[in-house]
Design a protein around this ligand. Structure first.
Ligand SMILES: Nc1ncnc2c1ncn2[C@@H]1O[C@H](COP(=O)(O)OP(=O)(O)OP(=O)(O)O)[C@@H](O)[C@H]1O
Ligand SMILES: [Mg+2]
Length: 498
């Protein structure tokens, strides 16, 4: 068919007997943005990995630009066919520079085969400029925050001039401004007749770019629709299999005594924070709002011992603490579930059970020896209560879907008895129904009298579940608000108050 870039039909894929995709279909036309939607573990990334040659399909038909693909694709041959993919979990080589990552395996050389760094950096600069990115191509990527790393991945696909561009949750780590830039780039790609497959759990943003949507549920094809002919409630009920009524479960409890006090905290790391002071009460949910780079992550990193603070005081239950490391913080009752789960939160080469019990080795060992049965019992209970979708607790974490990996991070810290639990973007990449599960977990912590802090870039969520909001901008607190007395506009005003 004219204008058809891609057609996949009757695709099946199993992982060690577990069906990840069953008789799935999907197609893409030139110049369209086709969203692929579904809950965590629905099979979205698996389908995209089949199309981009990362996985081979067990059976099914695949054609690209009208041509039947009879052989197994490899990442290399898929790339040669014009398929570019930005993976959900960042895939850059951390020690290489931005330019080296963009041109990995396609390096700029002189005739003699010697790398031409200058030319390569200049070429990288051009793609960075297209996205209005102020990043030095010579920076090692591990020095960049998650948001910038994601943009480097997008630049990499741009540089390959792919006809089919797959974006697996490209905006989950981006600021509003970066999302704007991305959407303008997508508009340009569309005009050039490229097809974009767009995966996102941020359903509110779809209306701005999407032409068609396809919904998967439990590895099965549900429906393809023109976006103009459907609605978010319809999409959500197709994804979840039922209508969702309450997006933000809220529980009202009286706030207890002061559990944590932060006085004049400053930290030189990252974007830096200056003189941050606030209080947290038992049974209270305190949200940290602000734009990316406001200093929210830096604040929680300093409190949880991940970064060394340059000055300030942390007072837990009336006692001043000296926190030397995250482990030290945990021992004292302060827990933090970090922002970048792959870098800071998870050992993807270990099993789910090993990850969940890692901070709690004392709980599952006797005389210094890990009791496997205890490890399995404790982690199975956590899998149950968080509804983590996995064939078993001995599954490797790298094989879990993105959202389910996030739940493992949360589960790790819930294993311990905490006084204060800090979440940094806990629902990033998590589907609508699982978000509610995370909110319920946060509410459960609140009910038991734990003080909860959470950093979030999604204002509906901040307003939906917090009791109080601290707004940050440029490393400083610009305002403290009571959730019931404020609104989105007011938060944005203080978040952009330079
Ligand atoms: N390499 C693998 N080995 C074993 N199981 C896998 C592997 N990759 C994916 N799976 C399983 O296949 C199913 C689909 O996973 P997939 O990553 O495609 O989900 P997804 O729709 O992308 O979810 P999310 O929104 O959380 O990213 C899940 O149950 C997952 O555990
Ligand atoms: Mg995925």
């Amino acid at each position: 068919m004219a204008g058809e870039l891609l057609r996949a039909e009757h695709i099946n894929k199993a992982f060690s007997g577990v069906l990840a995709l069953q008789d799935v279909q999907f197609d893409l036309k030139t110049g369209e943005v086709h969203a692929l939607l579904g809950e965590n573990g629905a099979g979205k990334s698996t389908l995209m990995k089949i199309i981009s040659g990362v996985y081979t399909r067990d059976s099914g038909d695949l054609s690209i630009k009208g041509e039947k693909i009879t052989h197994d694709l490899s990442p290399h041959s898929a790339q040669a066919l014009g398929i570019g993919i930005i993976h959900q979990e960042l895939n850059l080589c951390p020690h290489l520079t931005v330019a080296e990552n963009i041109f990995l395996n396609r390096e700029f050389s002189y005739a003699a085969g010697v790398l031409n760094k200058k030319k390569q950096n200049e070429a990288a600069r051009q793609y960075l400029d297209q996205l209005n990115l102020d990043i030095d191509p010579a920076t090692p990527t591990n020095k960049l925050p998650v948001s910038k790393q994601q943009m480097v991945e997008i630049c990499k696909t741009l540089s390959m001039n792919a006809g089919i561009v797959i974006m697996d949750e490209p905006t989950s780590a981006l600021t509003e401004k970066e999302i704007e830039d991305l959407f303008s780039v997508i508009a340009v790609l569309k005009q050039k007749g490229k097809g974009i497959i767009y995966i996102s759990h941020r359903l509110e943003e779809l209306s701005r770019i999407v032409d068609r949507v396809t919904v998967l549920r439990d590895g099965k094809y549900v429906k393809t629709m023109n976006f103009a002919d459907t609605s978010l409630p319809e999409i959500i009920s197709l994804m979840v299999g039922r209508a969702l009524t309450e997006k933000f479960p809220r529980i009202e409890t009286a706030r207890g005594e002061k559990v944590l006090e932060i006085k004049n905290l400053s930290s030189p790391h990252g974007v830096g924070v200056k003189n941050v002071s606030f209080e947290l009460y038992k049974g209270e949910i305190l949200a940290f709002a602000g734009l990316m780079g406001a200093g929210r992550t830096e604040t929680v990193r300093a409190i949880s011992g991940a970064d060394k603070m340059s000055s300030g005081e942390i007072i837990l239950n009336g006692k001043t603490l000296a926190i030397r490391s995250p482990r030290d913080a945990i021992n004292k009752g302060l827990f933090c579930a970090p922002e970048d789960r792959k870098r800071d939160g998870l050992c993807v080469r270990m099993t789910l059970a090993e990850n969940i019990t890692l901070p709690s080795l004392d709980v599952i060992s006797k005389l210094g020896v890990i009791i496997n049965k205890l490890e399995e019992e404790k982690s199975a209970a956590m899998v149950n209560s968080l509804k983590i979708k996995t064939p078993g607790v001995n599954q490797y974490v790298r094989n879990l879907s993105g959202g389910n990996q996030q739940k493992v991070v949360v589960g790790k810290w819930l294993m311990r008895n905490a006084q204060v639990v800090i979440f940094d973007e806990p629902t990033r990449g998590i589907d609508v129904a699982s978000k509610i599960e995370i909110y319920n977990i946060i509410n459960d912590l609140k009910k038991t009298g734990i003080g909860v802090m959470f950093v979030s870039s999604e204002l509906p969520e901040v307003l939906g579940i917090s009791d109080r909001i601290i707004v940050m901008c440029n490393g400083k607190i610009t305002k403290e608000l009571l959730t019931k007395d404020t609104n989105q506009e007011e938060i944005v005003r203080y978040a952009t108050q330079y």
